[in-house]
Every structure is written in structure tokens, then in C-alpha cells.
Design a protein around this ligand. Structure first.
Ligand SMILES: Cc1ncc(COP(=O)(O)O)c(C=O)c1O
Length: 355
């Protein structure tokens, strides 16, 4: 489908005021945003305009009933200087999967990718030049209909914001396996990237941090034994030469880094199994010396190497080194910056002069 995106440019870019060596993470936004309105059963008026506050009615349904979903992805730069996106169509598909679960309308996948491309082309000066940096992109949709009452809203906004993200040094992280609070259960909203899932995770994450851990390791809601995922990452373990990642159980997020890491590991000759894995199995593997490494995978960090897992009153030592994790991280970063061949055709290049 052809879409005409109306463009209104800011008079003077703020990019010249940005110190690329000191980017306040998550607080810096580019000059423009992509925005589209849903009314009367259809998406109207796709446009890119200066980023500014949006007037919100106090009864906007997202504020009360939580119809709000989002995506997260990054734009990087190829060796020839063109901006690129990593598998953007996967984010478009996942947004609509989330929309289904939350009773929200689909957003056209081609317009999702086109909006991203045009916005990134316009904001390419904001992509930090440092190795390992990127322009973080945040597509999201929320119910803006002013209405008090429990039903699906009839009007929504779809917006894409962009925020430069500096180099993220991944230290080895410590996880706290949570046995009281849960993140999600099959039949709930865990497989959707719904804002409310994150709201429910904030308090347990604060408590884990107060105990000296970096993130929560979520266990299943019924038996508190099966490992699900971590904060904003999926998880992989290497036990006795084989990689194991929790299978999709209706509650974990279908991470795009996860699916890519599975492909990369197999491409490099490793065996990868998606199956249910319990915390007891990790304890046993740690005790008998077969737990070789573990890492989290996600857009924000790429690969985060796991050192220890706190569980009840014990600390499970994972490993002090992650040679395969490091190699996978280098390969992913190499593909995302055009320095390593992209064997799966993941990267979508954006014409520099598009906007
Ligand atoms: C709960 C959760 N799990 C996993 C992930 C990793 O997904 P992705 O690799 O698509 O970033 C994220 C981040 O989006 C997340 O929020």
C-alpha cells in the first residue's frame, strides 16, 4: 500500500547541542516524531512533525484501563554511512500480536516500516558515531479516547520516537530469581509487549536491586521453578556444550534478539534447544561443573553476561567468562554496523536522502 507521510520540519535542529560522549540515556529525544491517529475504524493522517507534548484528556482510556503497547529497536550505520534497521518487520508483526491481545487495532506493517525509515532518514545526524552506540526507536500505541467504562477504546495514537543511546558496556550481571512475585502466566499478557507488564515488574525489580542484584529472573507463576526470562531480556544457558533457552510458553516475550541468537548459534555449529528448564537444573549444573555460561538477550543491551543467580538463600555461580556470548555479541554488532557479512539478510538499509 502507498502511504503519503506529511512532513513538517523543525526550524533548527537541537542535535548541535548534544554531547555525543555524554548522552543522558533515555532522556534525550530527537527533533521529530512520527504520528498517526486511529478514528472511525481506520488509521489517518500519518505525519512526521516536531516532537512535542501531546494534549491528553484526563479520561484518556490508556491512563485508566492500560491499553498501551510498545516496541523497541535500534538504527545503526553501515560502513558507507547509510542508516540501517535490524529486522524491523519483526517489530511490526510483534506490535500487532500485542495489539490483538490488548483489543487494539492493527497498525499497517508497511506503514510501520515506512514511518521508521522516513523518521530515521530525517534524524540520521542523531545516530551516535561511537562504536556500540545507536539510535533507539520507540514505536508505541495507546488508547486516547476520553471515556470512563471498560471496553476497547475507539480512538488510538501510534507514535514513533527516537532517542540516541550511547555505548553500553555490558558488565557481568547478577540476577535474583523471584519466588514471590510473578511477571506473567499463560493466558495473561506476558507474550504481549504491553505497558502493564512493565508496571507489574517495577516493584520486584526495585526489591532485587536493594538486595544487590541487577535484574529479576522471572520464574513461572504456578510452581515458581521454570525459568522464563529476565527484566527486558530473554535468557540462554550453555550446559555441557548445549545451549538451552526457555521455550515460548505463552508468557515470555518472543524476543527478536532471542530468535536471531538462536539462528546465529546454530549457524556457528552449536546445538540449541528450546525447552522448559527449571532453576533446580541450573543449580545442579552449577554444582557439577557443567554450567558453562549464561546470558540475556535484548535490544537494549544486546548480550548481557550472567555471573550469579540469587535464589532463596543461596547464590548460584554461573561463570566468570562467556566466550560464546562475547563472540555472538561481536557478530551481532558486526552485522548491525556492516562490518560482518549479514548471512540472514536481517539488515534493512535506509536511503540517506530519503527525507
Ligand atoms: C520482557 C522482555 N523480554 C525480552 C525482551 C527482548 O526482546 P528483543 O530482543 O526483541 O528486544 C524484551 C525487550 O524488548 C522485554 O521487554
Amino acid at each position: 500500500m502507498e502511504h503519503t507521510i506529511k512532513i513538517t520540519k523543525i526550524n533548527k535542529s537541537k542535535v548541535d547541542d548534544l554531547d555525543f560522549d555524554n548522552i543522558p540515556l533515555g532522556r534525550t529525544f530527537t527533533d521529530h516524531m512520527f504520528i498517526c491517529d486511529y478514528e472511525n475504524g481506520q488509521w489517518n493522517n500519518p505525519r512526521i512533525e516536531p516532537l512535542e507534548r501531546i494534549p491528553t484528556h484526563p479520561a484518556a482510556m490508556a491512563l485508566h484501563y492500560g491499553q498501551a503497547i510498545f516496541e523497541g529497536m535500534k538504527a545503526t550505520v553501515d560502513v558507507d554511512g547509510s542508516p540501517m534497521l535490524f529486522r524491523p518487520e519483526k517489530n511490526a508483526i510483534r506490535l500487532n500480536f500485542s495489539a490483538d491481545r490488548m483489543g487494539m487495532p492493527h497498525f499497517p506493517e508497511d506503514l510501520f516500516v515506512e514511518g521508521l525509515k522516513q523518521l530515521v532518514a530525517m534524524e540520521q545526524a542523531w545516530i551516535p558515531p561511537q562504536e556500540g552506540s545507536a539510535l533507539y526507536l520507540r514505536p508505541f500505541m495507546y488508547a486516547d479516547e476520553p471515556f470512563i467504562g471498560m471496553r476497547a477504546a475507539t480512538s488510538y495514537k501510534f507514535i514513533i520516537m527516537a532517542s540516541p543511546a550511547g555505548t553500553f558496556f555490558s558488565n557481568r550481571i547478577k540476577l535474583y530469581a523471584e519466588t514471590k512475585y510473578i511477571r506473567a502466566v499463560d493466558g495473561g499478557t506476558g507474550e504481549a509487549k504491553a505497558a502493564g507488564n512493565y508496571a507489574a515488574a517495577i516493584r520486584p525489580t526495585e526489591l532485587a536491586k536493594a538486595k544487590g542484584y541487577d535484574q529479576v529472573l522471572w520464574l513461572d507463576a504456578v510452581e515458581h521453578r521454570y525459568i522464563q526470562e529476565v527484566g527486558t531480556m530473554n535468557i540462554f544457558f550453555k550446559i555441557d556444550g548445549e545451549f538451552i533457552t526457555p521455550q515460548r510458553d505463552g508468557a515470555i516475550l518472543d524476543g527478536i534478539t532471542r530468535m536471531s541468537v538462536i539462528d546465529l548459534l546454530r549457524h556457528k555449529g552449536f546445538e540449541v534447544t528450546e525447552r522448559a528448564i527449571t532453576i533446580d537444573e541450573i543449580i545442579e549444573a552449577s554444582n557439577n561443573g557443567t554450567l558453562e555460561e549464561a546470558f540475556g538477550t535484548g535490544t537494549a543491551v544486546g548480550i548481557a553476561y550472567i555471573q550469579d543467580i540469587g535464589y532463596k538463600d543461596q547464590v548460584i555461580h554461573v561463570s566468570d567468562e562467556s566466550p560464546v556470548g562475547l563472540d555472538i555479541n561481536d557478530t551481532l554488532n558486526g552485522i548491525k554496523t556492516g562490518q560482518i557479512e549479514d548471512p540472514f539478510n536481517w539488515m534493512v538499509k535506509i536511503e540517506k536522502e530519503l527525507a
